[in-house]
Design a protein around this ligand. Structure first.
Ligand SMILES: Nc1ncnc2c1ncn2[C@@H]1O[C@H](COP(=O)(O)OP(=O)(O)OP(=O)(O)O)[C@@H](O)[C@H]1O
Length: 315
């Protein structure tokens, strides 16, 4: 488990991380989200003892990084996949890491196998594709068989196959009972990968919850209704006092659940061609909750935020 309490980091006048408290549970993949410049990398660096907090603390399994006896056996991290000597083979890179951390040499072949790099282990890491470099970085993070893993933007620039591999791999690590903390800009990907979310904006905590709750709290669940007797159904729903949005050949209803709408349709003699729940997306929830925390607004972000606040969440 990772626990941050009142974590703060100032660089001169810039407050990169501002009194941030959160916990990252074991056995789950926890996504770390925030707009550009929100303070994610700074937080990760403080967790790993690479930056000293101006205030507050962050502990891994109850200890600060600097107090860990065998850091690599407790926490593994992938911060920058290209951080390898270009003329060193993947195996030599890992062997050097293992040796300098007093980890048995046989673990090198184990982690190469786990990340699927055995066949190219003798090749120079400098010639690796981004996907292969990410796998090598993950192999390095796994060397000490740590209980806690941190990944900063692990899927950036990867192709769909690489993204899928990382997603499955993170789930596997969490299923093994490890703590997996992963930052990413790719919200649709995080919606599939992360079971828990820590969301920050301008260095401050915006929300910590399950991914499901985060989306449910920030967006509206509605029901899409299609019927050949749409006008009759609309009138019946109107009498029931629910909120209805006309979409031409369908209605989007909020304030009544699927079962109630189905029963009301039956009582009104309306045939249903479709009755489906419309759930908000992580993108919509993120835009709503971080709208004011974006450091550099683009026109598109402004327009999207305005659209979301005036029209409600579109599906
Ligand atoms: N070494 C530093 N010196 C001065 N300011 C810094 C330093 N590192 C980060 N900052 C500032 O702190 C803030 C948070 O930066 P950080 O890189 O942690 O954000 P981030 O959420 O990781 O952003 P991104 O998603 O763009 O990588 C930014 O305003 C950044 O400019």
């Amino acid at each position: 488990m990772i626990e941050a309490v009142g974590l703060t980091k100032r660089y001169g006048k810039t407050v990169a991380v501002d009194n941030l408290s959160f916990t990252v549970p074991t056995g789950r993949v926890t996504g770390f989200l925030g707009p550009n410049g929100a303070g994610k990398s700074t937080t990760m660096r403080m967790i790993l003892g690479l930056d000293t907090p101006t205030g507050g603390s962050v502990h891994i399994g109850g200890k600060s990084y600097r107090d860990l006896k065998n850091p690599l056996r407790t926490v593994g991290a992938l911060l920058d996949a290209k951080w390898v000597h270009p003329n060193r083979s993947a195996r030599a890179h890992l062997a050097w890491m293992a040796k300098s951390n007093r980890i048995a040499a046989k673990r090198v072949d184990e982690v190469l196998d786990i990340v699927g790099l055995t066949a190219v282990a003798g090749k120079n890491a400098g010639g690796f594709s981004l996907g292969m470099s990410q796998r090598l970085g993950i192999a390095g993070a796994l060397l000490g068989d740590p209980q806690v893993l941190l990944f900063d933007e692990p899927v950036n620039g990867l192709d769909p196959e690489g993204i899928l591999w990382i997603r499955k791999f993170m789930h596997r690590l969490a299923d093994e009972g490890r703590t997996v903390f992963v930052s990413s800009h790719l919200l649709s990907e995080m919606a599939l990968t992360a079971q828990e979310l820590v969301v920050i904006g301008r260095g401050k905590l915006i929300s910590q919850s399950s991914t499901e709750d985060f989306v449910a709290q920030a967006t509206e669940n509605t029901v899409l209704v299609r019927s050949p007797q749409l006008a009759d159904l609309r009138a019946a729903l109107g009498r029931a006092g629910v909120s209805i949005r006309d979409e031409g050949d369908s209605l989007v209803v909020s304030g009544m659940d699927i079962a109630e709408i189905g029963e009301l349709a039956a009582r009104s003699g309306a045939v249903l061609h479709e009755l489906s729940p419309q759930r908000g997306s992580l993108e919509e929830a993120f835009m709503r909750l971080t709208g004011d925390s974006v450091e550099y607004h683009t026109d598109i972000a402004d327009e999207a935020a305005a659209l979301l606040s005036t029209e409600g969440v579109k599906r």
